[in-house]
Design a protein around this ligand. Structure first.
Ligand SMILES: C[S@@+](CC[C@H](N)C(=O)[O-])C[C@H]1O[C@@H](n2cnc3c(N)ncnc32)[C@H](O)[C@@H]1O
Length: 322
């Protein structure tokens, strides 16, 4: 078991303050962030959070770091990246404002974030804006820790991979917060491509998969991940490899084998193969968890399939069009 895996036995020891900032992470995930900060990280490499939102996850991690016997708050830094504003395409919620909604004249919740993170500001470095603008393409500093709660689109994931995953070293810890999101298959097949070089800490913690790098990741693997240089079939095989490693989450609430199967449907869907996507997704409707929580996903995939002309229609169109 990796050192990271041992943290699972410490969940019961964590008592987070009641006045934690609003967060979209579960209590389990916050406890794990605290534990990683308190018992695992050193601050020798960069500690990075991608997608801090209103600061709930940042707070839990920073609290752990502040109580760590080895993290030196005078030297170590926690880097927090986010738009820190609401608006089209940001994926930020108005709940990140203190008031719970956006004031009429301001779309930024950065001041609210700073107020909440007050005790930790001395070791917090805030990068406000679009990740493609606020991250440094020249920075090669090793990353010790990555909390990834930002990769909601393939475009953003490309930045995460090019500028952050590329700085992983042996010992780097990664937490993928959106691992239970079938619409984000890049998280799943990239993890499949990394499997020979990582050790998964244990069952996902609710939606979060945690892993530690155990062997240097070859540059060509990272390049392929960044450039999304895999065929649909290769991506499905990589996701299958992840399915072989994980099952239900630590709280027994999320069946990851089914979630990852639905993620495969999205690989085909994003490639325009709607018939194939629906043939993967359709049987999953009988999965209790997916039918309860992902009805909108099934609807999206079925609609795309319904719109796709059948083989016969395609043939007729081709013949008539000739
Ligand atoms: C799910 S929220 C983060 C939730 C937070 N970790 C918590 O504890 O509640 C995702 C965040 O990613 C940020 N985000 C998404 N795309 C981004 C981008 N391209 N650049 C910067 N931030 C981005 C959004 O602003 C949003 O706050």
């Amino acid at each position: 078991m990796t050192k990271l895996g041992r943290l699972y036995s410490l969940f019961d020891s964590v008592e987070l303050p009641e006045n934690l900032p609003y967060t979209q992470c579960s209590t389990w995930e916050l406890q794990f962030l605290y534990l990683v900060g308190r018992h695992h990280l050193t601050g020798q490499g960069q500690i990075v959070e991608l997608g801090s939102g209103g600061g709930g996850s940042t707070y839990a991690l920073a609290l752990g770091l502040s109580e760590s016997p080895v993290f030196d708050a005078r030297k170590g830094r926690l880097h927090a990246y986010d738009f820190f504003r609401v608006g089209k395409g940001t994926f930020a919620s108005e709940k990140f404002f203190d008031s719970g909604h956006k004031p009429a004249d301001d779309d930024s919740f950065l001041d609210d974030f700073k107020r909440r993170l007050g005790p930790f500001l001395p070791f917090l470095e805030i990068h406000a804006g679009d990740l493609w603008q606020t991250s440094d393409p020249e920075d090669t500093t090793p990353v010790e820790f990555l909390h990834i709660d930002i990769a909601k689109t393939a475009r953003v994931f490309r930045c995460v991979s090019e500028r952050f995953l590329s700085r992983m070293q042996v010992g780097t810890v990664v937490l993928h917060q959106d691992f239970a999101g079938p619409r984000l298959p890049w998280l799943h097949h990239s993890t499949g491509a990394l499997l020979p070089y990582i050790e998964i800490a244990g069952p996902p913690i609710r939606s979060t998969l945690a892993f530690e790098v155990t062997k240097p990741v070859p540059a060509d693997v990272l390049k392929r991940i960044t450039e999304d240089d895999y065929t649909v079939d290769e991506k499905l095989a990589l996701i299958s490899a992840v399915q072989d490693r994980i099952d239900r989450d630590h709280t027994d609430g999320i069946p990851f084998k089914s979630v990852l199967e639905l993620s495969k449907a999205y690989v085909a869907h994003y490639d325009g193969q709607h018939r194939r996507a629906w043939s993967i997704a359709k049987p999953l409707q009988s999965d209790e968890y997916l039918s309860r929580t992902r009805a909108d996903h099934f609807e999206q995939l079925r609609k795309a399939y319904d719109k796709e002309p059948s083989f016969l229609n395609k043939l007729v169109r081709k013949t008539v069009g000739r």
